[in-house]
Design a binder for this molecule. Sequence first.
Ligand SMILES: *[C@@H]1O[C@H](CO)[C@@H](O)[C@H](O)[C@H]1NC(C)=O
Ligand SMILES: *[C@@H]1O[C@H](CO)[C@@H](O)[C@H](O)[C@H]1NC(C)=O
Ligand SMILES: *[C@@H]1O[C@H](CO)[C@@H](O)[C@H](O)[C@H]1NC(C)=O
Ligand SMILES: *[C@@H]1O[C@H](CO)[C@@H](O)[C@H](O)[C@H]1NC(C)=O
Ligand SMILES: *[C@@H]1O[C@H](CO)[C@@H](O)[C@H](O)[C@H]1NC(C)=O
Ligand SMILES: *[C@@H]1O[C@H](CO)[C@@H](O)[C@H](O)[C@H]1NC(C)=O
Ligand SMILES: *[C@@H]1O[C@H](CO)[C@@H](O)[C@H](O)[C@H]1NC(C)=O
Ligand SMILES: *[C@@H]1O[C@H](CO)[C@@H](O)[C@H](O)[C@H]1NC(C)=O
Length: 395
Amino acid sequence: MLSYRTLIASLLGASALCGTASASNAQTDKIAPKVFIVSMFEPEAEAWWNIPEFNLLAHNITVPGLSTTYPDVHCTDDYDVCQLVTGEAEINAAATVMAVAFSPLFNLTQTYFLAAGIGGVNPKRVTTGSATFARYAVQVALQYEIDLRELPHNYSTGYIPYGARYPDQYPSLIYGTEVFELNADLRQIAANFARRANLSDSALAKTYRTNYKTSSGIYKAATLPPTIVECDVATSDVYYSGHYLATAFENTTKVLTNGTGDYCSSAQEDNATLEVLMRSSLSKLTDFARIIVMRTASDFDRPYPGASAIYNLIDSDQGGFEPALENIYRAGIHVVQGILKGWNTTFAAGVKPNNYIGDIFGSLGGTPDFGPGADQSLEESGAYKKRSLNRFTRR
Ligand SMILES: *[C@@H]1O[C@H](CO)[C@@H](O)[C@H](O)[C@H]1NC(C)=O
Ligand SMILES: *[C@@H]1O[C@H](CO)[C@@H](O)[C@H](O)[C@H]1NC(C)=O
Ligand SMILES: *[C@@H]1O[C@H](CO)[C@@H](O)[C@H](O)[C@H]1NC(C)=O
Ligand SMILES: *[C@@H]1O[C@H](CO)[C@@H](O)[C@H](O)[C@H]1NC(C)=O
Ligand SMILES: *[C@@H]1O[C@H](CO)[C@@H](O)[C@H](O)[C@H]1NC(C)=O
Ligand SMILES: *[C@@H]1O[C@H](CO)[C@@H](O)[C@H](O)[C@H]1NC(C)=O
Ligand SMILES: *[C@@H]1O[C@H](CO)[C@@H](O)[C@H](O)[C@H]1NC(C)=O
Ligand SMILES: *[C@@H]1O[C@H](CO)[C@@H](O)[C@H](O)[C@H]1NC(C)=O
C-alpha cells in the first residue's frame, strides 16, 4: 500500500496503447485468463514485467472504466495470464475491478485472481520482505472515530464500531464489507507454492530488524529472515502507523472475525477488490472460491521499542520496500506457475473450500462463521427495514 507515492507521481506516463483482443474462449471470442494478477500501483505491476517466465506486455487491452493512470489490462501472448492495475486505495480498487469483472471482453468464470501487493506488517507476526496470504480481509477503519482527546480516559482508541459505544463491541450497524473470508484450502495451496521461492532480502532490512529484539520476545517474528506466512489483511484508506492504531485495528480484526482473524498486514485495497468480486460472483461472472490475497511486507505498522510513530512512518529507512516488490514476483510466480501447471489436474475444476467463504450476509450461500448471523446482519444493514432515523441522520 504505502510508501513512495511520490515515486508514482513521477511514473505517471500512462501508456496509450490499445491491443486487439483475439480469441481465447473459442466460441465466444472472450479472453479467459487462467490467472488474473491484481496490482495496485506501478511498482507492483512492474515487478511482473521483463521476467523470463512470460511477457505480460504482449497484449495491452484498453478497458472502459479503468483508471486514467492505468487504462490497460495486460495479457500474455496466449492470454493465460493477465494483469490489471487498480490505482491506490479503496475507491480505485473497487472501480477498476468492477470495470474488468463486468466487462464483456472477458470470461472470468474459471479465472484465479491473485491480488498481489505490498503492505505494512505487524512485527508480532511477520518481518519485512515476507509474503503473507490472507483468509480474512477486514475493513478496519469502517468505524466511527472520535479524537482520543475528546473521549473519557478509559477509551483505548478513538475508533468505535458502527452502532456501538465501546471499541471492543461488535458493530450493530452493518455495511456488508466489514469482513470477507476467502477459500482457506486455496490459500494453503498458494502459500505452499510460494514456499518454493528464494525470497529476496536487503542488508538494510536485516540491520533494521535487529531493533525489534526485546527481552520479552514479543517481536521475535520481526527479527527473523523473511518467510511465507498465512495470516490476515486489514484494509484501510487511512495509512496508519504507530502502536495505538495498529493495536486498535489488530483488535478490530479479532472482534469482526469473532476471534479467528490473525491480523498481520495492512493494505488500502483488498476489501474493495473483494466486495466487487463478491458481486461479480453473485452474477456468476467470477468464482469467489478462486481468489488469493498476497501481501509482501514493505515496512512495519508500528515502531520498534524506543522509536516514535512518526519516525516509523516517515523518517526511518526500513530497507523493506525493494525486497517486498521483488518478492511479489519471487513468491507470486510460483503461485501462478503452480496454477498453470496443475490446471488440467486440479485448477480448472477448482479447489473446493471447506470453510465459509464470502461476506457477513452469507450472500454466496452458507453460514458466516463471523458476525451476528446473516439475518441479523441484513436487519442491521437496513436491508429489511429502514435504519432507525432517530439514531442516525446520515447515510
Ligand atoms: C504494452 O504497454 C507497455 C507499457 O505499459 C509497453 O512497454 C509494451 O510495449 C506494450 N505492448 C504492446 C504489444 O504494445
Ligand atoms: C466461459 O468459459 C466457460 C469455461 O470455459 C464456458 O463453460 C462458458 O460457456 C463461457 N461463457 C461465456 C459467456 O463465454
Ligand atoms: C469507562 O468508564 C465508564 C464509567 O466511568 C464506564 O461506564 C465505561 O464502560 C468505561 N468505558 C470503557 C471503554 O471501558
Ligand atoms: C475486508 O476483507 C476481508 C477478507 O479479505 C474481510 O475479512 C474483512 O472483514 C473485510 N473488511 C471490511 C471492513 O470490509
Ligand atoms: C537465493 O538468493 C540469493 C540472493 O538473492 C542467492 O545468493 C542464493 O544463492 C539463492 N539461493 C538459492 C537456493 O537459489
Ligand atoms: C486492544 O485490546 C487489548 C485487550 O482487550 C486491550 O488491552 C488494548 O487496550 C486494546 N488496544 C487498543 C489500542 O484498543
Ligand atoms: C491440458 O489439457 C490441454 C487440452 O487437453 C492440453 O492442450 C494441455 O497441454 C494440457 N496442459 C497441461 C499443463 O498438461
Ligand atoms: C460473533 O460475535 C458476536 C458478538 O459477540 C455474536 O453476537 C455472534 O453470535 C458471533 N458469531 C458467530 C458466528 O460466532
